[in-house]
Design a protein around this ligand. Structure first.
Ligand code: NDP
Ligand code: 8X3
Length: 251
């Protein structure tokens, strides 16, 4: 039987790479994001490989998420794999200078978006006793860094939400995984620095960051281990990234 994956934030970066990797394996795909042109281009690219349903959706809109998930075409209605990937960081200012609006956007997308999509898709998975929720967290959910403030806190939510889902789903066959990547080259930094391309590019200068395909490979792996196995979390960094020492300010 062809399995069906619903990917949020499929218009670029990790989400698009997951779509390409799952298409190679014959998964039916529901691709969602806000940018319709990007979704349509990906749908056309993958059309020869698998069945694709493209859905323009803002995960911050709880009613729209519920309606879209309830109204999936019959062929795509039984979602076996939900990849909660849509998300973003905005700004790198310290907390006392950061934009409250940016904070709200990150909470609405990275926290509430994950809640809305999970709540919409999970009942069907439990009813069928089949399915897998893969959340895209971040190393920022475990490890603080200057300017990470609310972004890191949203990813800490994703980490705890993933663990608590596992607690609730015990006794079912539904699996939950939190993937926690470090620095990866996608549109992430362009979004964080609001189109300041040079600043965004400097994030990766002199390094070989993770690539979107690296994360897609992990998504494919966690989804393809035997049904008895649940990969709870995967923390992954490029070789050129590691933790720093605890900081001390001396006067
Ligand atoms: P990209 O900016 O390339 O992709 C982000 C995706 O999220 C886009 O497809 C975007 O689509 C979508 N998105 C953003 N806001 C919304 C929204 N309100 N509704 C629906 N879709 C939305 O970045 P990445 O691929 O890097 O990011 C994917 C995930 O990975 C994010 O959750 C990010 O926090 C996380 N991550 C990224 C890391 C990195 O270094 N790149 C490291 C660790 C985690 P559109 O704009 O079309 O809506
Ligand atoms: C993205 C990775 O280190 O820029 O989640 O926060 S980091």
């Amino acid at each position: 039987m062809e399995k069906c994956a619903l990917i949020t934030g499929a218009s670029s970066g990790f989400g698009a790479a997951c779509a390409r990797a799952l298409a190679e394996l014959g998964w039916k795909l529901v691709l969602t994001a806000r940018r319709e042109d990007k979704l349509q281009a990906l749908r056309e690219e993958l059309a020869g490989k698998t069945k694709v349903h493209a859905l323009t959706l803002d995960v911050r809109d709880g009613n729209a998420v519920a309606a879209a998930c309830a109204g999936l075409p019959p062929e795509f209605a039984e979602v076996d794999l939900l990849v909660n990937n849509a998300g973003l960081a905005l700004g790198l200012e310290p907390a006392h200078q950061a934009s409250l609006e940016d904070w709200e956007t990150m909470v609405d997308t990275n926290v509430k978006g994950v809640m809305y999509c999970t709540r919409a898709i999970l009942p069907g998975m439990v009813a069928r006793n089949r399915g897998h929720v893969v959340n895209i967290g971040s190393v920022a959910g475990s490890w603080p860094y200057p300017g990470g403030n609310v972004y890191g806190a949203t990813k800490a939510f994703v980490q705890q939400f993933s663990r608590n889902l596992r607690a609730d789903l015990l006794g079912t066959a539904v699996r939950v995984t939190n993937i926690e990547p470090g620095m990866a080259e996608t549109e992430f930094s362009r979004v964080r620095f609001k189109g300041e391309d040079e600043k965004a590019q400097r994030v990766y200068t002199g390094t070989e960051p993770l690539r979107p395909e690296d994360i897609a490979d992990i998504v494919v792996w966690v989804a393809s281990v035997p049904a008895r196995v649940n990969i709870n979390s995967v923390e992954v960094m490029c070789v050129q990234q590691a933790w720093g020492p605890l900081a001390v300010h001396r006067s």
